[in-house]
Write a protein that binds this ligand. Structure first.
Ligand code: ATP
Length: 233
């Protein structure tokens, strides 16, 4: 999706009035005072802000891995806030994919198995899961490395497997925390280019925290966490 073309039917995710604070010896640390965000289908949004501004915290809250002290999350118009933990886990598994700075691949399993396993956890048989895993790994340029274990792949290749894995269950939402943070400039460019293609091809809504402003500027939109507020950049 290009800038400004979204309509309400395309809304995949909404954050409304999110606040987060943590108890500390000297009182509460207010990390997020107000975050409102609407993500649309096929849209790639960069989340930037200084170190410690709350980017990872906001991604954890969005992924329902951490509970905010206030605010609402809605996925495709359905409010998640009141759901119990099991329902949140099910919603997360059905709708979200995650990419982190470190790949977190299973070291004892091949690239192919790393993309098959999340689909099996979601209920597919190995046979049903294999074609999508092969397709995703081929799309990220690893069609000839299916049987390699993570330790035999370069950092960029490992991150490409992590991207394929994040998309394994056909998520509506992709959350990424510094996906190119461990990579050199050239590899970052390559991995980001691949990620951008996939987000647009699959119509995923992506929220991507990054310190890399060059990469942020190539996304559809930038939002910044500044003094606890999420603002358009
Ligand atoms: N569970 C927690 N308990 C206490 N403080 C926390 C907790 N989680 C995060 N914080 C604090 O919240 C602030 C924001 O952290 P966060 O990791 O979200 O920032 P960030 O913008 O992602 O930083 P970076 O760019 O360095 O990764 C930090 O001061 C951090 O120490």
């Amino acid at each position: 999706m290009s800038k400004g073309h979204a309509n309400n039917g395309d809304v995949v995710l909404e954050l409304k009035g999110i606040q987060q604070s943590f108890a500390q010896a000297e009182g509460r640390l207010e990390v997020i005072r107000r975050a409102d965000l609407t993500l649309h289908r096929g849209e790639m949004v960069a989340l930037i802000g200084p170190s410690g501004s709350g980017k990872s915290t906001l991604l954890h809250i969005t992924g329902m891995l951490e509970k905010a002290v206030a605010g609402e999350i809605a996925i495709a118009g359905k409010t998640m806030t009141a759901l119990g933990d099991d329902a949140k886990t099910a919603a997360r598994r059905q709708t979200m994919g995650f990419v982190y700075q470190h790949h977190h691949l299973l070291p004892e399993f091949s690239a192919l198995e790393n993309v098959i396993i999340p689909q099996m956890i979601a209920g597919k048989s190995r046979k049903e899961a294999t074609p999508r895993a092969v397709d995703l790994l081929t799309r990220v340029g690893l069609g000839k490395r299916l049987d390699h274990r993570p330790g035999k792949l370069s950092g960029g290749e490992q991150q490409r497997v992590a991207i394929a894995r994040a998309l394994a269950n056909d998520p509506k939402i992709l959350l990424a925390d510094e996906p190119t943070g461990n990579l050199d400039h050239h590899t970052s460019e390559e991995v980001f280019g691949m990620l951008r293609h996939l987000v647009h091809d699959f119509g995923v809504a992506a929220l991507i925290a990054t310190h890399n402003l060059e990469i942020a500027q190539r996304m559809d939109r930038i939002v910044t966490l500044r003094d606890g507020e999420l603002v358009a950049a």
